[in-house]
Design a protein around this ligand. Structure first.
Ligand SMILES: NC(=O)c1ccc[n+]([C@@H]2O[C@H](COP(=O)([O-])OP(=O)(O)OC[C@H]3O[C@@H](n4cnc5c(N)ncnc54)[C@H](OP(=O)(O)O)[C@@H]3O)[C@@H](O)[C@H]2O)c1
Length: 326
């Protein structure tokens, strides 16, 4: 595993990180989740990415990770970089989502209880809140650091203008935004198009991208339809069948391009996500140890040449998308 510096901070992150959005809830197989986490660490993944609402049900991924951390990682806490987030819908009533101090700080306390940890490494604002003053949201992130409950702060899915403002407000409070988290894959080049990756490079802020496999669309699994058990087949609303069908032509063209380079489409997708200078790490998801191993093997694939990049640009150009997904 290679470790990249997160912006100009003291933190090094593995090129590939593991996310717990799916496959780690109470609805999933606990022992497989445990095997995935242990295998990830054994292969050099030190960065585990969570959020308050990951499950299902919401909160259960943090509960399971808390159990696994206590069982298997008790003496490894200082070798791990554990992040969580708040902002998406988590509990009912007026304080269960968005960017108020009330929601963020209550949610962080809940996350720490579920994870059985005294602090997390990064506490993220999970999404921008159109109705709350940025100063309020940023002050909550600053409080998380000042109270010792988070070592650093991060922002996710903020559009460029809001991101610039938020970074400045944090700076004025004496807090540096360590890391930004956008979706980024061959099928979603939103942060490139919006100039976000360039801004992060200029500001020397780290960038941890999510869903480099486009939730599995950039693997061989959907080439012949929707297989049983896959995310698109689960019909939980995260990856819709129609989304997969709409991308079919591109997926086939990308798979052919990858095959011509003697690599599977998922390896090409991971190499793509990691090739931009701004990107510190790509957070993958895995439903099994075999999937995790497969994604990690992409690190042995050759870097994408200019001619492959040109071919990718032709198949999936940097088109402007309406909003960030996830
Ligand atoms: N900040 C945010 O708002 C936000 C939003 C979304 C995600 N994230 C973070 O990013 C992490 C990763 O997101 P993601 O799960 O969408 O990432 P992803 O790596 O794009 O997709 C992972 C999914 O692809 C499929 N897959 C993986 N390897 C495969 C292989 N070798 N062969 C066939 N299928 C394979 C599996 O789905 P199947 O179940 O179909 O097998 C797996 O669960 C999340 O856990 C979370 O930590 C953050």
């Amino acid at each position: 595993m290679n470790y990249n510096r997160c912006g100009d901070s003291g933190i090094l992150l593995p090129e590939i990180s593991l996310g717990f959005w799916h496959n780690f809830g109470h609805a999933d197989d606990f022992e497989e989740a445990r095997r995935i986490m242990r295998r990830a660490f054994d292969r050099g993944i030190t960065h585990f990415d969570l959020a308050n609402n990951y499950g299902p049900p919401p909160g259960s991924a943090e509960e399971n990770v808390g159990r696994i951390l206590a069982k298997d990682f008790a003496c490894h806490r200082d070798e791990l970089f554990i992040t969580t987030k708040a902002g998406h819908e988590m509990w009912s009533g007026p304080y269960g989502e968005w960017g108020s101090r009330k929601h963020l700080l209550a949610s962080l306390d809940q996350s720490l209880r579920r994870l059985r940890l005294p602090y997390v490494d990064v506490f993220y604002s999970h999404r921008p809140d159109p109705h709350t003053r940025l100063e309020e949201t940023m002050s909550a992130l600053a409080s998380a650091v000042n109270s010792g409950k988070a070592l650093y702060v991060g922002l996710s899915k903020y559009p460029l203008k809001k991101l610039k403002k938020a970074v400045k407000i944090l700076k004025d409070m004496g807090i540096r935004c360590l890391v930004y988290q956008p979706p980024y894959s061959i099928l979603n080049r939103w942060p490139e198009k919006e100039g976000i990756l360039d801004f992060l490079l200029e500001e020397k802020i780290g960038c941890v991208v999510f869903s480099p496999l486009a939730q599995g669309m950039l693997t061989p699994k959907y080439l012949d339809g929707i297989p049983e058990g896959s995310r698109a087949a689960r019909k939980d609303g995260f990856l819709q069948e129609e989304q997969v069908i709409a991308q079919q032509e591109k997926i086939h063209a990308l798979a052919d391009l990858a095959a011509a380079q003697d690599m599977p489409i998922n390896h090409m997708a991971i190499r793509f996500a990691l090739r931009h200078k701004a990107v510190t790490s790509a957070i993958i998801g895995a439903r099994s140890v075999a999937q995790l191993d497969d994604s990690l093997d992409a690190l042995e694939a050759p870097e994408l040449t200019d001619s492959i990049m040109k071919a990718i640009d032709k198949i999936a150009p940097t088109v402007k998308t309406k909003k960030a997904e996830g």
